[in-house]
Design a protein around this ligand. Structure first.
Ligand code: GLA
Length: 360
């Protein structure tokens, strides 16, 4: 692969871990993500009228036109193609580039590797064409690219976290107004990501179905953003609509309480909210699977403050909050017992709140 020593542009974009506020972004609700220290690096130089990228892990991507036009590319090239097409649709000059992509971010674990790829490529395309976008403008553009590339109608969570991240801080984001505020993450909080070994791909899950069900429920009560909805609005709704909406209403409240608990340094309270979030995602939103439930149970038995499924659900990983001093023991106990029972997974990453995407 081309490892030319002096690419004109080096960009980096991190994965994200959403501390709490799951399946709330696409109804204009609240989320509280961090950017993590693992991510995707693009090294590129302007070249010709095409985008040619090669990845350490996935090999050469099919070349695509600098403006993202033409037939839909196969494989991971479609992410770069979709970002290029969105930039062209936004009236930006299309400049081709050639470069390499490398990553230390596990794919398919619920850490938003696709958003990181979109953002890293988006920043590189802006840089080779010599312009910059505001972080949230690029986040919205990459969110549209995700839909264009793989048809996943995701919310703004992943791309916003990737671009807004700060060292040691979580981002309390209102997904309707896009107003956000940084929340300090206490140093004693250890954040563990434990892989279930059940791969997650939102294209192949009921993500779109959940989104439609929630939108239907919101229409029934005439709400446009979930932060305007209260539990009293659920009366009289059909069972599925009521449960989907109840998750979102209670989850929005948990986000605010979790942010307050972090600010007060009350990790036990934060852990209880993770536990409640998981129960709500499992029972009301129905996006869990037995493997994720088992990991949450094992983590809590091992003495963690709390745990819950991470991201869209249906596989991937769980987030475990524990005291930094106990992290090592929790990792050992959960990994060993999970592998003993299932024969797979149990790999753990210790993540920390880190800086967001940018040029390197
Ligand atoms: C996926 C989507 C996000 C968000 C989460 C669930 O990660 O990409 O937009 O909806 O699921 O919170």
């Amino acid at each position: 692969m081309d490892d030319s020593p002096d690419p004109a542009v080096v960009t980096w974009a991190p994965g994200r871990v959403n501390l709490i506020g799951e399946h709330t972004d696409y109804s204009g609700g609240l989320v509280l993500p961090i950017a993590i220290q693992y991510g995707i690096l693009v090294r590129a130089s302007p070249a010709g009228s095409e985008i040619r990228l090669e990845s350490e892990g996935y090999g050469a991507a099919e070349p695509v036109a600098a403006d993202g036009g033409g037939e839909t590319a196969r494989g991971w090239a479609r992410y770069a193609q979709a970002v290029a097409a969105e930039l062209a649709d936004a009236g930006r000059q299309a400049v081709g580039m050639t470069g390499t992509v490398s990553s230390d971010l596990p794919a398919g674990s619920g850490l938003s590797s696709s958003a990181a790829l979109e953002v890293a490529v988006g920043l590189a395309l802006c840089a080779v064409a010599d312009f910059e976008l505001e972080p949230l403008e690029l986040a919205l553009l990459c969110q549209r690219a995700e839909l264009r590339a793989v048809g996943v109608p995701c919310g703004i969570l992943d791309q916003a976290a990737c671009l807004l991240g700060r060292e040691g801080k979580a981002i309390l984001l209102d997904c309707d107004s896009l107003e956000h505020r940084l929340i300090h993450v206490p140093a004693e909080a250890a954040l563990l990501i434990v892989d279930s070994g059940a791969p997650r791909s939102l294209e192949h899950t009921a993500y779109g179905e959940r989104r439609s069900q929630l939108e239907h429920a919101m229409q029934l009560i005439g709400a446009t953003r979930s932060t305007d909805v209260g539990l009293s609005n659920l009366a009289g709704l059909d069972d599925v609509s009521a449960r989907r909406l109840r998750h979102v209403v209670t989850e929005n409240a948990r986000v605010e309480r979790f942010a307050a608990a972090l600010e007060a340094g009350d990790l036990a309270a934060a852990g209880r909210l993770l536990h409640e979030s998981h129960a709500s995602l499992r029972d009301d939103y129905e996006v869990s699977i037995p493997e994720l439930d088992l990991l949450v149970e094992l983590a809590e038995e091992a003495g963690a403050f709390g745990a819950r499924l991470l991201g869209g659900g249906f596989g991937g990983s769980v987030l475990v909050l524990t005291d930094a001093g106990r992290a090592h023991d929790v990792v050992g106990a959960v990994g060993t017992e999970y592998r003993r029972r299932t024969g797979v997974g149990g790999e753990t990453l210790l993540v920390r709140a880190s800086a967001g995407a940018g040029r390197r």
